[in-house]
Design a protein around this ligand. Structure first.
Ligand code: PLP
Length: 388
């Protein structure tokens, strides 16, 4: 099909040409005296994205899933209790990982569409007077449902309970696109990946740990090898890595960080808000509902529910086969019930309008009772009236 494929899934996201070109490198010796000049500034500049001055950043040649495992296995001991709220496929998978790794995972179910219930968290932590819970696992942005949880509120609840548990945050679909403040929110482990807000291919797990978490690494008895932070720390201090780095990912990250920092993180957050808000205006104009309940709407992904007599899979299939456009599917409980529009990474008003127009055409083709142009018009009005 002529023209390019339009990628509107919530990761992997569109890679800017500057990043693609920066990744097109010949291989080089990662033990050379020149290599630290690449790695050290990357680890420093990542801190600006995570908003940490006291924490330490790490890069693993892996994906976000490995980041979950790094956090758990470098700070906790086998059998330790961790608490997690499950409200979508990714919080589900993190909880399942915890179980498979032999931790005692206390799972609290939350209706899909909502995020972490802060009152419940505070009450549960107050009840845990002997501090058996060693870590709270918080999914900042649940990509499956388009739900963002309040991590500042999680920290507040933990403080209100005077609970010393570690706070680990999955920021795979939030960090580098949604407001994230590691130090201010007292996050002990923040996990992200290269393929969403960082606008790169998958293959880089970008992590940050607090000094409180890092102090546990030496005494932590959980067996680990490839994902051992100790090996990273020992090598990173001189600007090297414990094993062969994914060089194109590092060069791509250099350019992606330059682009993000040049735009300014506050502007990046504001752009994602506008992209999301225009999308939400379109969804409302179509008369469709979000999966996210009010107050939990994500600015990186919108999960749109379809009426009971429709199957979201046909919308996605039409969008792909007829219009060369990729949308995200409903995962697990949402299979067939929702489709997802990604608005994360290298996107602007006009690319977003392409997504909205394509969705609108696919909805019309599938017999949705919507007025042609209604979603596009709502988004156009919003983008025009709020453009700088
Ligand atoms: N956490 C969230 C919120 C995600 O959206 C994803 C992937 O989409 C993951 C974790 C898993 O990351 P990865 O696929 O990079 O391993």
């Amino acid at each position: 099909m002529a023209g390019r494929n339009h990628l509107y899934i919530p990761g992997p996201t569109n890679v800017p040409n500057e990043v693609l070109n920066a990744m097109h490198v010949t291989m080089e010796d990662h033990r050379s005296p020149a290599f630290p000049k690449l790695l050290k500034p990357l680890l420093e500049d990542l801190k600006k994205i995570f908003k940490t001055e006291t924490g330490q950043c790490f890069i693993f040649p892996a994906t976000g899933t490995a980041g979950w495992e790094v956090a758990l296995t470098n700070t906790l001991n086998p059998g330790d209790k961790v608490l997690i709220y499950r409200f979508g496929q990714f919080s589900h998978l993190w909880a399942e990982m915890g179980k498979r790794l032999g931790f005692d995972v206390e799972i609290h179910q939350v209706a899909w569409g909502k995020g972490i219930p802060l009152d419940h968290l505070e009450a549960r932590l107050k009840e845990d007077g002997t501090h058996t819970i060693k870590a709270v696992l918080a999914t900042h942005n649940e990509t499956a449902t388009g739900v963002t949880s309040d991590i500042a509120g999680v920290r507040k609840a933990m403080n209100a309970a005077s609970h010393p548990a570690l706070l680990f945050v999955d920021g795979v679909s939030s960090i580098a696109s949604l407001d994230f403040r590691m130090d201010e929110w007292g996050v002990d482990g923040a996990i992200s990946g290269s393929q969403k807000g960082f606008m790169m291919p998958a293959g880089g797990a970008f992590l940050a740990f607090s000094q409180k978490a890092l102090a546990l690494v030496d005494t932590c008895t959980y067996p680990r090898c490839f994902l051992d932070l100790k090996d990273q720390m020992n090598n990173n201090k001189d600007g090297y890595t414990p094993y062969t780095p994914a060089l194109p990912i590092l060069y791509g990250l250099r350019k992606a960080l330059d682009l993000l920092l040049e735009e300014g993180m506050e502007n990046v957050y504001a752009r994602h808000f506008r992209l999301a808000e225009g999308t939400r205006k379109a969804v409302a104009a179509w008369g469709l509902k979000l999966c996210a309940q009010p107050g939990f709407e994500s600015n990186t992904v919108t999960a749109v529910m379809v009426p009971e007599d429709k199957d979201a899979r046909t919308v996605i299939a039409t969008a792909f086969s007829k219009y060369n456009m990729s949308l995200g599917g409903g995962l697990s409980e949402l299979l067939g019930k929702a489709f997802r529009i990604g608005h994360v990474g290298d996107m602007n008003d006009v690319s977003m309008l392409g997504a909205i127009a394509g969705v609108e055409m696919a909805l019309l083709d599938n017999g949705f009772d919507i007025k042609p142009g209604s979603g596009v018009a709502a988004a156009i009005e919003y983008y025009r009236s709020t453009a700088q």
